[in-house]
Design a protein around this ligand. Structure first.
Ligand SMILES: *[C@@H]1O[C@H](CO)[C@@H](O)[C@H](O)[C@H]1NC(C)=O
Ligand SMILES: *[C@@H]1O[C@H](CO)[C@@H](O)[C@H](O)[C@H]1NC(C)=O
Ligand SMILES: *[C@@H]1O[C@H](CO)[C@@H](O)[C@H](O)[C@H]1NC(C)=O
Ligand SMILES: *[C@@H]1O[C@H](CO)[C@@H](O)[C@H](O)[C@H]1NC(C)=O
Length: 322
């Protein structure tokens, strides 16, 4: 018993050394269904994960102090995420889960929302998003109907906040015209290289923010960009030089540029080392000069994704918005 006690004490000691950086991840406040909801500024993404790799990366992330995971019905890995959450055993009110459902009609929406909870093994999610706007399916009426179905479900206590992803001004205006609960978040592609991107490329960032909707970044390191372009946010000269002055990597500077603007990030990684360093960005401040220099960067390119939805969603939808 005595030795077990010592061993446990040592384990806790080691764990807390590794958790030092990530235990200090600050939160941002969202406009939830019943008031403010705190979302940790760094979470673990699962965008291209299988059940097994999602399970592993969520377990590793929570082991080093993360308390925020981002998944989606269409990722097909919510069972793996759910298994990890059960295994880590963190109290439910101490972590934040985002899920997303595709564009659907109202009756399918209700069914798929419940399926998400079932797969995750949860009674509620912290944030549920409409995943994207599909020009082939989405009309103004469909959008409004789906949002109201989300509201009904959330009011049953199944989501603490609601939002959208890949939405531009015109789609948001549809929702705003019927919403009785706030649109908490619009999750869109945003990363170094897009600092001077216009409204069409950054999904109407200023419109989003002026309506109290949190602008959240996906692909914060432009995972889908052309590989040569993408390296600019990893070892490009601006982020590397600025990083040297702060004893940080280029990746840490790229992520810091976002969180210092109040934009939460969800970089995907299964590596313990990367998960730790991705969250170890809250013990320094970038100067205005550093921030401006990174804002001026034009790489990775704005429309970096393989499909139009990956960034600059607005042009793809202009013709179908009614
Ligand atoms: C995860 O498991 C579910 C249930 O077995 C399965 O339907 C889904 O395809 C799996 N996901 C992946 C990415 O293999
Ligand atoms: C909703 O869409 C599904 C197809 O995905 C269809 O089978 C169903 O009839 C639709 N329901 C309504 C009420 O339109
Ligand atoms: C950045 O890393 C890539 C891939 O490892 C390498 O090809 C490239 O030369 C590096 N660039 C610089 C500026 O070090
Ligand atoms: C620089 O960062 C590394 C890794 O985080 C750390 O091990 C090292 O002690 C730091 N060096 C200084 C001078 O702070």
């Amino acid at each position: 018993m005595r030795y077990m006690g010592i061993a446990l004490h040592l384990l806790v000691g080691i764990a807390s050394v590794h958790c030092l950086a990530t235990s200090t991840i600050p939160a941002v406040q969202l406009n939830g269904v019943n008031g403010k909801v705190a979302m940790p500024m760094v979470g673990v993404g699962t965008g291209t994960d299988t059940n097994a790799s999602a399970e592993q990366s969520v377990k590793t992330a929570f082991g080093v102090g993360y308390r925020h995971v981002d998944t989606a019905f269409l990722y097909g890995n919510q069972l793996g995420v759910g298994r990890a959450l059960k295994e880590v055993g963190v109290p439910r009110d101490e972590y934040f889960v985002t899920s997303k459902i595709p564009p659907l009609n109202a009756s399918d929406t209700a069914q798929v929302l419940d399926q998400c909870l079932h797969e995750l093994g949860l009674e509620y999610v912290d944030l549920m998003l409409i995943h994207y706007d599909d020009p082939g399916i989405c009309s103004s009426a469909q959008r409004k109907g789906q949002w109201l179905a989300l509201e009904k479900w959330a009011k049953e206590g199944k989501a603490r906040a609601l939002g959208v992803s890949h939405y531009c001004k015109a789609q948001l205006e549809d929702i705003l015209s019927v919403a009785t609960v706030p649109i908490a978040v619009d999750q869109v592609q945003y990363h170094v290289g897009m600092g001077t991107a216009g409204p069409m490329a950054n999904n109407d960032k200023s419109f989003i923010q002026s309506h109290g909707i949190l602008y959240q970044s996906f692909s914060p390191l432009c995972g889908f960009c052309d590989p040569a372009d993408k390296m600019e946010s990893v070892n490009g000269s601006s982020v590397t030089e600025i990083g040297k002055a702060h004893n940080k990597s280029g990746v840490q500077i790229s992520l810091k540029w976002l969180v210092q603007q109040g934009i939460p990030v969800i970089p995907r990684s299964g590596s313990k080392e990367h998960l730790e360093s991705n969250a170890d960005i809250f013990d320094f401040i970038l100067s205005d000069t550093d921030m401006d220099r990174i804002t001026m960067a034009s790489k990775p390119a704005v429309a970096g994704g393989p499909i139009s939805q990956d960034s600059g969603d607005c042009p793809a939808h202009t013709e179908v918005i009614v």
